[in-house]
Design a protein around this ligand. Sequence first.
Ligand SMILES: Cc1cc2nc3c(=O)[nH]c(=O)nc-3n(C[C@H](O)[C@H](O)[C@H](O)COP(=O)(O)OP(=O)(O)OC[C@H]3O[C@@H](n4cnc5c(N)ncnc54)[C@H](O)[C@@H]3O)c2cc1C
Length: 405
Amino acid sequence: MSTVDRVLIVGGGLAAVSLADALRSGGHTGDIVILSAEDHLPYDRPPLSKDVLLGRSGLEDIRLRPDEWYERVDFRTDARVASLDPDAGRVTLADGSEVTGDRIVLATGGVPRTPGGDPAVHVLRVWEDAERLRPRLVPGARVAVVGAGLIGAESAAVAAALGCEVTLIDPTEIPLLPVVGPEIATVLHARHAEAGIRCLNGGVESIERDGEFLRVAVTGLDEPVTADTVIAGIGIVPDTALAEAAGLTVDNGVVVDAGYRTSHPSVYAIGDVARRADEPRRHEHWDHARTSAERAAATLLGQDAPAQKAGWFWSDRHGSRLEGVGTMADAETRIVRGDAADGAFTVFGVAQGRLVAAAAIDRPRDIQAARRLVGRELPVDAAALADPATDLRKLLRARPVREER
Ligand SMILES: Cc1cc2nc3c(=O)[nH]c(=O)nc-3n(C[C@H](O)[C@H](O)[C@H](O)COP(=O)(O)OP(=O)(O)OC[C@H]3O[C@@H](n4cnc5c(N)ncnc54)[C@H](O)[C@@H]3O)c2cc1C
């Protein structure tokens, strides 16, 4: 059993809540204090760019945990941490008060990048962002979406469904290509045009106000795009301010080991803000917020870490669900299962005879199996993967090519 009595978590999102759950289910009976800068109880962020923008869900509908959950933890809203003293195991809040913990876990997420300060330029990260944006998405409104990644593409799809005139601008010709591969990325991108969205391939040079509207200058385009509202979906910057000021190692996120320990033995980091030193990239997905919390809890409690799973994400747009496991850029060959013309199909990425990535449109079962196969040292048979009749669960019974790590 753990010698850690009091765990102090900074941040009130999915990673923080998941850590509290994992600590309790792992047997931790000591205090858990969660300090959140927001003045709401934790809510789920993915619906912000989907059902919330569509007006189908309110804040109560997307709350992460029911009222009784808060009996198990000391959860404090409106509690922004201003500084961290790792050696003393102490944080100081913006109001000057101090809170201590045997271990401190940073779960501060990220801050969206924004291309301009005009009030008509919107980002989507917190409830208030969605609340501000939603009334602007009315029929006929001219909406320019900057960035066609996950949040940009979802917002563009929602705006189009609400009857806005949408222009989607991205410097890459076919967004998401490295993550999901060309077959899926091409179909996904084509769906924007099918939904009446004007897609522009170029970088945004400037966003300027011209009376009632905004002018968005795009590279290679003679006339700027005229918009009533701009939505920026150009990524986040991990919120590393506390860690940096406290002298922890930071490099595109708070750098952590496989147990989510930072460079200071008493401080951990999880979720969007953390970057594992043993992995090539930082993850900014819902599933990672949960799995990183589960692994950190195991480290804190001195227990075996749960099995390492490949990263999984989803994105909903134009009535379809995209899902991905791993990154297609890691694949040497790609195998298509199903027919792109049907709208629902899967692409598997294979390297050195094993599955390293998968992406699918509306094929949840394929992805369910892929989540168990990717990252395992199991040999995969290309013909079996390609054949829609193969039960992918059978591939899990193959013999390992090497001993599992
Ligand atoms: C609009 C939107 C749609 C998304 N859709 C998908 C999707 O479809 N699929 C998918 O896989 N992922 C999606 N994601 C990503 C997913 O939601 C995030 O990866 C996840 O929420 C990260 O959780 P987190 O707890 O690490 O960070 P966050 O949820 O950002 O939580 C961080 C918390 O820390 C608080 N904080 C920051 N600094 C301080 C401080 N100094 N003191 C106290 N508190 C502080 C913040 O206020 C915030 O409450 C989406 C994200 C957004 C924004």
